[in-house]
Design a protein around this ligand. Sequence first.
Ligand code: LLP
Length: 463
Amino acid sequence: MVSLQSADINPNSTSSSTAEISPNQQILPLSAQVNKSGHLEIGGYSVPKLVQQFGSPLYIVDELTLRTACQQYHRSFQHFYPGPSQVLYASKAWSCMAICALVANEGLGLDVVSGGELYTALQAGVDPRKIYFHGNNKSVAELEMALACGCVIIADNWLELEQLTEIFTSVDSLSSPPRVMLRITPGIECHTHEYIRTGHLDSKFGFDPNHIDQVLSFAQKNPQVNWIGFHAHIGSQIFELQPHQDLTSVIVEWLAKAKTLGLPMNELNIGGGLGIRYVESDDPPSIVQWSEIVCKGISQACQAANIPYPKLLCEPGRSLIGPACITAYKVGAKKDILNIRTYLSIDGGMSDNPRPITYQSVYSAAIANRMEFPATEIVTIAGKHCESGDVLLKDIVLPPSQPGDILAVMGTGAYNYSMASNYNRISRPAAVLVHNGNANLILKRETYQDLIRQDCLPRHLER
Ligand code: LLP
């Protein structure tokens, strides 16, 4: 059971010294306050007022939290790693122009996994030299798009290597050799949901580590490509530091091997994966602790292998954007089933947050217009979709609420909007970026016209 009323966590106490606070260890965004009316405020803006102005459901993104997380990663890598480094934002966590532009403004590069994410990043003005293009089945069109803009391609498999070399030889307009990084499965297990584990041997991502000699020999035979280094990612929502530490020695071994073969590789990308606190019992390490382990692990392994420090990259997604956002919903119907359960329905659900139904994910929530009321009711928050499994929070303790009250669900920045759907033809919500009492729309709410925008009615069905 999870509750999150002011008595439990006192959001007003977290806003004074944000420099010390790791956003991924907080349930609420850093700027969260309870105002004089007892309403939750984010970015100096009352949540019920935001809903009045922008409608509901509404994603509310706290600029302070996102910027603080970017800065903590950036500064920690500068501090703990003796060589050059670059933090990338894994834009799959939430890809839209405003968020891409904001993280780029903090000096971060971007990880993209599709032509659509690449297009969004380029439209947002992100420097293509700082974009790294992933994917286990990139299309030829996507590879061509990546080559044309000059971003780094993270090669994932043999077919892709063949396609890439074919495209390089057929296109003579490339001004400089394409930069390619090799993704290898590190063979490292970690404890997270099986759908979001990627580092174990039985993974669809990356080259089998047992084939590394063949991959490197392919690289040696294709010097027209700028083989810049290696990539590995072990999974997501990870609370342990050990698997990341283990990864540092494995990835440096690959680099040392490449160097002995005379390949001039000089970049290592250790992926993302740091978890965030969704509920009180979650206990992730801080951004600084994670960065320290990774940076020291790489530098010590390089010293031991007697190779120069490569450029070190990481690509967190969830720990950057996850804690920065809350989703506000309007409370609607209530159903009391005697001695069984009380359902409280809201005006969104699995179409704006598919994580509970997909991964059994848990969240914390509060009634944003009753922050000072005692939490005395156990309720289950049901979405409005035609599916019994559409439940966002099970058995949460909240103050008694009325239809029209505002439910705020915390930590919804990562993999909510980006995995949102139009199931039941429900429009995707709007999103606002809030800071210092200002709210800027970053995504418009979809309209009914938007929902039928791609529909085609064959002539014989017209009436
Ligand atoms: N790099 C690669 C290659 C990845 O596959 C991922 C996430 C990341 C970086 C960022 O990982 P993060 O720092 O966000 O943990 N939809 C799932 C999560 C899927 C993660 C996919 N890859 C969820 O909602 O939990």
